[in-house]
Write a protein that binds this ligand. Structure first.
Ligand code: CTP
Length: 407
């Protein structure tokens, strides 16, 4: 959900500034663009170089920098942001924001902006509890500034109380929630597999399945549109990455499995990939040469079933959906696959004619624990929207943890 979003992170003075480095890393990993302003106070605790290295962007520090003003300018810096996050927000920074002061680059950007702002306070517990700070925070809240933290606990100054900056993961979650607020899947994380996998035989040849990846990509897009934070793990396809979806491109089934495991825990998993069932036991380092009187033989081994692994994992997603590509006895086979693999729902595809591959249209049957519902032929985009809507309806009516089909 935050992929492609522009976050302006203001790091003001406080020992918690070191945690902001981890926040930058989390945001970047999710595909957000992060620009940072480091105040002179913040620069007492962390260096511009570490901020620049992690954000992969120039760090802005000085209101009067001729170079920065020529290249970017403080007005553009704040206007181009989708969200401004102040972390840590020191007592001084909060006071300046409440008063509308503009005596450095950070406060000037904040005053010159109409973008949503989130503060992550960090200060000594007495400073936090002081009526001045509390009134300033209330003022900011009235203006629509949101807040993450502070938390209670031990402080760098040796005291204990309320004032610790929220952990980077908490701030990251608040940012994610901000971007999906009001949508039915806000706050939910989803994993989607798509496309084929390629299992190499030698440097140029591989075993693969026919799959364009279109249906999986549409499902990722539909989940994202409904507010979920989506990781799409895809084999080789010609499709472009989707804005605001964290797209991970892999080649082999083993790589897809590793990427899926790394994406756990998550709330929803949809396995739409056409994973190759076998891979070569031994991949040749050099291209296998053709000879006139013999053909090569390959020893194959079975690939791990990713859908089944996810369905039976100790960190099983709350809702797991698989696909069943069948050429005969479509519904019967799909029902059996659902039980065998332990997923909640399965989408059965009749792939007998081969027309579905690469097409924008699909005809599927939704197989749940107690029903098989035929859907008419429609675009893969519509199938995705319909599936995600069915999931939302189901999640609203059911305690998801009781859904496991493996019972
Ligand atoms: N799947 C998977 N990992 C595999 C094989 C399949 O995650 N190694 C998933 C697919 O993404 C799909 C479901 O399992 O959601 C069913 O895939 P399908 O190709 O229809 O069935 P197979 O398990 O390969 O069985 P068969 O080829 O015998 O029909």
């Amino acid at each position: 959900m935050i992929t492609g979003k522009n976050i302006l992170l203001i790091i003001s003075g406080g020992i918690a500034a070191y945690k902001s480095l981890e926040l930058i890393r989390l945001l970047k990993k999710s595909g957000a663009h992060v620009r940072c302003i480091l105040t002179s106070g913040g620069a007492q605790f962390i260096t511009p170089l570490s901020v620049a290295s992690l954000s992969e962007e120039e760090v802005y520090t000085d209101l009067w920098s001729l170079k920065d003003e020529t290249e970017m300018g403080h007005i553009r810096l704040s206007r181009e942001a989708d969200l401004i996050v102040v972390a840590p927000a020191s007592a001084n920074m909060i006071a300046k924001m409440a008063q509308g002061l503009a005596d450095d680059l950070a406060s000037t950007c904040l005053l010159a902006s109409d973008k949503p702002v989130m503060i992550c306070p960090a200060m000594n517990q007495m400073m936090w509890a002081h009526p001045a700070t509390q009134e300033n925070v209330a003022t900011l809240q009235k203006r629509g500034v949101t807040r993450c933290g502070p938390n209670a606990g031990d402080m760098a100054c040796g005291e204990t109380g309320l004032g610790r900056m929220a952990e980077p993961e908490e701030i990251f979650d608040s940012i994610t929630t901000h971007f999906s607020a009001g949508k039915p899947l806000a706050g939910k994380t989803a994993l989607v597999t798509a496309g084929p996998t390629y299992e190499p035989l030698d440097p140029v040849r591989f075993i693969g399945n026919r799959s364009s990846g279109k249906q999986g990509f549409e499902i990722a897009r539909a989940l994202m549109r409904q507010g979920a934070s989506v990781t799409l793990i895809t084999g080789p396809t010609a499709l472009e990455s989707i804005e605001s979806v964290n797209t991970i491109r892999i080649e082999t089934a083993a790589e897809m499995l590793d990427a899926c495991k790394a994406a756990l825990p998550c709330d929803i998993a949809v396995c739409a990939a056409a994973v190759s069932d076998w891979s070569a036991k031994q991949v040749q380092n050099q291209k296998i040469k053709k000879t006139k009187d013999s053909v090569p033989h390959f020893d194959l081994e079975a690939n791990v079933d990713i859908l089944e692994t996810l369905s039976r994992d100790s960190k099983r997603p709350g809702f797991v959906i698989g696909f069943a590509a069948e050429t005969e006895n479509v519904i019967e086979n799909a029902k059996m696959k659902r039980l065998k693999k332990g997923c909640d729902w399965i989408i059965a595809n009749d792939v007998s004619g081969g027309e579905v591959f690469g097409s924008d249209q699909n005809k599927v049957t939704l197989v749940t624990a107690d029903a098989a519902q035929d859907w008419s032929t429609q675009s893969k985009e519509n199938v995705a929207d319909k599936l995600v809507q069915a999931m939302i309806d189901h999640l609203n009516n059911t305690n998801v943890t009781s859904l496991n089909a493996a019972e």
